[in-house]
Design a protein around this ligand. Structure first.
Ligand code: SP5
Ligand code: ZN
Length: 339
């Protein structure tokens, strides 16, 4: 299986995020990708490819140009105004009736960012672009008849909307890949990160070309809180092309695989030409951010069910924060794709 990876992710290394305990160490750190890469190399996944370079076109097919301009320039403006080097974190948010975009660039943080745990640091934009290029390269490999590809994306992407970032995500890697593939055939996205992929859902909410199916922790108790409920089914042409399966704490492998079966049934009915898996390993029982009860072996069983569908498949890395076990979770998942 081809693995798409670049060291460029290391350029994005915020030290802190703002949580209920104040400024705490950043969970989405470069060690995550390093650990995944090491585990893959140890398990004889040696076909590791550097992503191809792309113009901005395929990124702009998903994200607003003003938003990209903001991501590229906000850190410089923030520092020029005396902001701390720990990174850009907004203090005023453009919610509901306050939806106007102010001209003041540093304050646009509260327009584009929806939480306090996703700082922009000096080279965040470059790292996020490289992460998106990993997913795009994977997509292009599927177009060249590769059966299954793993994009080791970092930073992750599924919380990012067309002009929104949060949840450690800046550019929506899976959505960028899906948009490229959707020119050739219908695309299904299966999101199995522990958290709801609110960004991906929103990007394709009115589309019947891209099916979005997500299994995640119930937003009544877990981030991102305001999206991911079971009654969110899409709008307009996209009606019935969006499906959420919110789950309670401590779900075990049996319960999870039953829900995965229902999700895959929906995908089967849609009959996509391509499948993109937004793969988070934060569903692992010892993940510091999760509360599901999946074991290492569970990832083999999840992988098997997905691989059995035999769709040309791009796996894009999303979350997963147990640095001791993250690599093994990924290896378990990929090892069953003997295509
Ligand atoms: C891609 C992805 O998995 N994003 C997850 C965003 C989750 N945000 C909520 C995290 C709040 C808990 N922070 C714990 C900090 C420990 N250092
Ligand atoms: Zn997650």
């Amino acid at each position: 299986m081809k693995i798409i990876y670049t060291e460029m992710h290391k350029l994005h290394a915020p030290q802190y995020e703002f949580t209920k305990n104040g400024m705490t160490p950043y969970s989405e750190n470069p060690s995550r990708a390093n650990q995944i890469l090491l585990a893959l190399q140890k398990s004889d996944f040696t076909d590791i490819v550097t992503p191809w370079q792309y113009p901005l076109g395929p990124i702009q097919a998903v994200h607003d140009s003003d938003y990209l301009h903001y991501l590229e320039n906000i850190y410089g403006a923030w520092i020029a105004q005396g902001g701390p080097e720990t990174g850009v974190i907004p203090d005023t948010f453009a919610v509901r009736t306050m939806g106007r975009r102010t001209q003041k660039l540093v304050k646009q943080a509260g327009y584009y960012c929806f939480d306090a745990q996703t700082p922009v640091v000096q080279r965040t934009y470059e790292a996020a672009l490289s992460s998106a290029y990993c997913a795009l390269t994977g997509a292009d490999m599927l177009l060249k008849s590769e059966p299954v590809v793993y994009a080791l994306c970092r930073p992750p992407g599924h919380h990012a909307g067309r002009d929104l970032y949060g949840g450690y995500c800046y550019l929506n890697n899976a959505a960028i890949a899906a948009t490229r593939l959707s020119k050739e055939a219908r695309v299904a996205i299966l999101d199995i990160d522990y958290h709801h992929g609110n960004g991906t859902q929103n990007i394709f909410y009115d589309s019947n070309h891209v099916l979005f199916v997500s299994i995640h922790a119930n937003p009544n108790r877990v981030y991102p809180f305001f999206s991911g409920f079971a009654d969110e089914h899409g709008v307009g042409a996209g009606r019935d092309f969006n499906h959420n399966f919110p789950l309670e704490a401590n779900v075990d492998e049996g319960q999870y695989l039953t829900v995965l079966d229902q999700a895959l049934e929906l995908i089967q009915q849609f009959a996509p030409g391509f499948l993109i898996v937004s793969f988070g390993a934060d569903t692992f029982r010892d993940d510091p951010l999760g509360d599901f009860d999946l074991s290492l072996e569970s990832f083999s069983h999840i992988g098997e069910q997905i691989a059995q569908m035999r769709f040309p498949t791009l796996l894009a890395q999303e979350g997963g924060y147990n640095l001791q076990r993250l690599g093994e979770c990924v290896v378990k998942m990929l090892s069953v794709f003997n295509l």
